[in-house]
Ligand binder design. Structure first.
Ligand code: SF4
Ligand code: SF4
Length: 249
C-alpha cells in the first residue's frame, strides 16, 4: 500500500517496476513499440512487459519410452500474471491513461470482444523492445538470466514512461545449437533472429505440431518442451541443471 501511495506522486518506470517486483514479478521492462504496431493499437505506443520465472522443471518432466517430455504449462503463474496486469491496469487508469492488457499466451482462447485484438500483438515484441530478452533459435523469448523458462504478459499504454534504451534487435544464441540438436522433430533451423526481418518463424511449425500430436497420443497432452529444457541460458539458476543435462544427453 505504501508503494501504491508513492506511485500517486511519482509515476515513473522505476517506481512501477519496483511496485510490480514487490508484487511477485520476476522481470519488468518498458519498451517503445510504436514502430510496426497494428492500426488498432497505435494509440498505445508503450509496452510494459512482465514475466514470472518457472519453478525448477523436474516436477514437470515426464519420462516415456521414447525419451523425456516437458510440460511448460503453469496455470498458477498465468493467474498470477493476470493479477499483476489487473493491478497495473487499475493504476494506469487511475492516472487517466489508456491501456490494454494482453494476457499470457495460454489465455488466447479468451472469447471476449477485446480478445480479437490480442493476436495483433505478441509478447515477443514487448519483451525484445523492453530489453528483457531476444527470440532464440527455438522461437521462444530467451532472457540472459532465466533462459526461456519464463511466462510472459504485456500491458500496452499511452502513459509517457521511460522506455529501454537497449532493446534487443537480434539474437544472442551465437554458436549454441542445443535446441536444434535436441528437437526430436528436427523442427528448429540453426538461424539467429534479426528484428528487421520481422517475426519470421524459424521453426517448422508443422513438424513441431506433428511431434506434439505424437506426444498427445502417448501421454494425453500435446506437449514437448525439450527446446526449453535444452537451453543452457539461465541453467545456473536451476537447482536441477545437472540432472537435466543428464536427461537430455
Ligand atoms: S516443442 Fe519439441 S518438437 Fe516443437 S520445436 Fe520444441 S523441441 Fe521441437
Ligand atoms: S538452446 Fe542455444 S540456440 Fe537454442 S535458444 Fe537456447 S541459447 Fe539459443
Amino acid at each position: 500500500m505504501a508503494m501504491e501511495r508513492a506511485l500517486k506522486h511519482a509515476f515513473t518506470s522505476f517506481e512501477i517496476r519496483k511496485y510490480l517486483l514487490e508484487l511477485g514479478a520476476t522481470l519488468v521492462g518498458f519498451g517503445d513499440v510504436s514502430e510496426g504496431l497494428a492500426g488498432e493499437l497505435r494509440h498505445l505506443p508503450v509496452a510494459i512487459s512482465l514475466a514470472i520465472r518457472h519453478p525448477s522443471p523436474g516436477r514437470n518432466l515426464i519420462h516415456t519410452t521414447r525419451g523425456p517430455i516437458y510440460s511448460n504449462r503453469y496455470q498458477q503463474i498465468d493467474l498470477k500474471l493476470e493479477q499483476l496486469q489487473k493491478r497495473l491496469v487499475s493504476l494506469l487508469k487511475s492516472h487517466g491513461f489508456k491501456c490494454l492488457a494482453i494476457p499470457p499466451d495460454s489465455h488466447r482462447h479468451d472469447t471476449r470482444f477485446v480478445a480479437r485484438l490480442y493476436p495483433l500483438f505478441p509478447h515477443k515484441t514487448a519483451a525484445t523492445c523492453a530489453g528483457l530478452g531476444w527470440i532464440g533459435k527455438n522461437g521462444l523469448l530467451v532472457n540472459e538470466t532465466y533462459g526461456p523458462r519464463l511466462s510472459w504478459a504485456t500491458v500496452l499504454t499511452n502513459a509517457p514512461l521511460e522506455v529501454s534504451a537497449t532493446p534487443y534487435v537480434s539474437g544472442r544464441c551465437g554458436k549454441c545449437r542445443r535446441c536444434v540438436e535436441t528437437c526430436p522433430a528436427g523442427a528448429i533451423a540453426d538461424r539467429e533472429w534479426v528484428r528487421d526481418e520481422g517475426l519470421v518463424p524459424h521453426i517448422d511449425v508443422e513438424a513441431c505440431r506433428r511431434q506434439l500430436e505424437q506426444n498427445r497420443q502417448q501421454v494425453g497432452e500435446d506437449i514437448c518442451g525439450l527446446c526449453i529444457l535444452a537451453c543452457p541460458r539461465g541453467q545456473a539458476n536451476l537447482q536441477e541443471a545437472r540432472d537435466l543435462r543428464w536427461v537430455l544427453r
